[in-house]
Design a protein around this ligand. Structure first.
Ligand SMILES: *[C@@H]1O[C@H](CO)[C@@H](O)[C@H](O)[C@H]1NC(C)=O
Ligand SMILES: *[C@@H]1O[C@H](CO)[C@@H](O)[C@H](O)[C@H]1NC(C)=O
Ligand SMILES: *[C@@H]1O[C@H](CO)[C@@H](O)[C@H](O)[C@H]1NC(C)=O
Ligand SMILES: *[C@@H]1O[C@H](CO)[C@@H](O)[C@H](O)[C@H]1NC(C)=O
Ligand SMILES: *[C@@H]1O[C@H](CO)[C@@H](O)[C@H](O)[C@H]1NC(C)=O
Length: 388
């Protein structure tokens, strides 16, 4: 099979943008936005359209697992409605990428390598309610099927990362002749269920119009209406003990992923399945740690505004608190940081690679029980207004 060739467009060595003079730049950028909007000119079409961070905890799927009197119920309600709104915004006409790059911390995992799922279709079931840890509550199943994978694209990505760039990335096959679907588990099923949910409660309706306002898009991208393909990326088991040590590798592989996807013909969005600290309560399965509140606050700070400008919160503060906070999402968020912020374009560049242009919003965050969760959308306000 003919392989694509890739230009060594970026070094992928230093990632870190500067914060200086941001406010002046901002004004210039706003003026540019207005000018572009006014005369309807065309900017280069970005390949990476957006990213979202979605929880996979039971209570974000079904807040009614908690009685109305439970102190965590209001935040569970808010996480449930905003996660669906963010998911809907991503896959419906607002963003509608050709391909979702989906990062999971609880998938089929290798010991040391990142795994990309091979195969052509995926499906699976989440047991909802186990997290109540109440023996008299019988969990129920939520099933997701017909998740279309992209075998040719995965082969291309593995070739690029493993063969050309010597990264610790492997394909993983679960069915010798591709006769059976690749199995999905709760950390994939729950976020995927948010994407195609048609539950439009009044809260979701309100969140939707706020999301549209927050990420103003002027025209439909070309992805709308096509079958969406999924690249599923699973973090290795070493993340349990070695997540802080994995930071440089995650940033580097994130940068390479960005380089790869910018040179593909498809449009992409990233979904990171992530919960936050798991040590909010003494009676939780991981006990209490005083790092939990500070860890979750650091992630919220990173995800508010522009993650690339808030990098210290993720790459320094949260990194040092991770061992106590025991977040399953940390490696996925650092990978996302590498993907989003690996641009070394100048601030004034109109290039879609310019990481100064990301706008990120935390729609909900909090701990309904012993672990934290958040729902986040990230996009560029004036990206991709080329011809549909
Ligand atoms: C456990 O679940 C049962 C059945 O849903 C419910 O009646 C009971 O109140 C729950 N117990 C606690 C401590 O939440
Ligand atoms: C998956 O697709 C098949 C064939 O198109 C269809 O019969 C089936 O109902 C779908 N399953 C789900 C759960 O959507
Ligand atoms: C791959 O993993 C090995 C062993 O954990 C590590 O020493 C090496 O630096 C990793 N390679 C890259 C490119 O990060
Ligand atoms: C947690 O408590 C320890 C002492 O037990 C203290 O040294 C540390 O600074 C505290 N951390 C935070 C984030 O409050
Ligand atoms: C949320 O976490 C805090 C500690 O970080 C804890 O005191 C509180 O009980 C938790 N809330 C719920 C509803 O479990």
């Amino acid at each position: 099979m003919a392989r694509r060739t890739y230009q060594p467009r970026r070094e992928c060595l230093t990632i870190l943008p500067t914060n200086t003079k941001w406010n002046t730049y901002r004004i210039v950028i706003i003026l540019l936005v207005l000018a572009l909007d006014f005369n309807g000119s065309v900017v280069v079409r970005a390949k990476l359209l957006a990213a979202v961070i979605l929880p996979h905890g039971d209570f974000a799927y079904d807040p009614t697992l908690l009685p109305t009197s439970h102190p965590g119920r209001p935040i569970a309600d808010r996480l449930a409605s905003t996660s669906r709104a963010v998911g809907h915004w991503l896959v419906q006409k607002n963003v509608a990428p050709d391909v979702l790059f989906f990062s999971t911390p609880h998938g089929i995992a290798l010991s040391n390598d990142f795994a990309l799922y091979l195969g052509s279709m995926a499906s699976g079931t989440a047991r909802i309610g186990k997290d109540l840890r109440n023996a008299s509550f019988i969990p129920y199943n939520v099933r997701i099927a017909n998740v279309t994978l992209a075998p040719t694209m995965v082969a291309d990505l593995i070739h690029y990362l493993r063969v050309l760039r010597q990264q610790n990335v492997s394909g993983v096959s679960t069915s010798p002749d591709d006769a059976d679907d690749v199995p999905l588990h709760w950390a994939e099923v729950i976020p995927l269920s948010f994407l195609d949910s048609n539950k439009k409660g009044s809260v979701v309706g309100r969140e939707q119009s706020a999301l549209r306002k927050s990420h103003r898009r002027r025209r439909l991208p070309t992805g709308a209406g096509k079958t969406r393909q999924h690249l599923i990326w699973s973090h290795p088991l070493q993340r349990y003990n070695a997540a802080p040590a994995m930071v440089p590798e995650l940033l580097h592989v994130g940068c390479l992923l960005r380089t790869w996807l910018e040179q593909r013909p498809e449009t992409f969005a990233v979904v990171v399945s992530a919960d936050l600290s798991h040590t909010h309560r003494q009676d939780g399965p991981y006990g209490y740690s005083n790092t939990s509140i500070a860890f979750d606050a650091a992630l919220v700070e990173w995800a508010s505004g522009n993650p690339c400008r808030n990098q210290a919160a993720l790459l320094e503060r949260a990194r040092h608190l991770q061992a106590g906070a025991k977040s399953c999402g940390y490696t996925g968020l650092v990978l996302l940081h590498g993907i989003l912020c690996s641009s070394n374009e100048n601030w004034e560049s109109q290039s879609p690679h310019n990481s100064q242009l990301w706008e990120s919003k935390v729609w909900a965050n909090g701990n309904a029980t012993y672990f934290g969760m958040m729902a986040v959308s990230i996009a560029k306000n004036f990206e991709d207004i080329s011809s549909p």
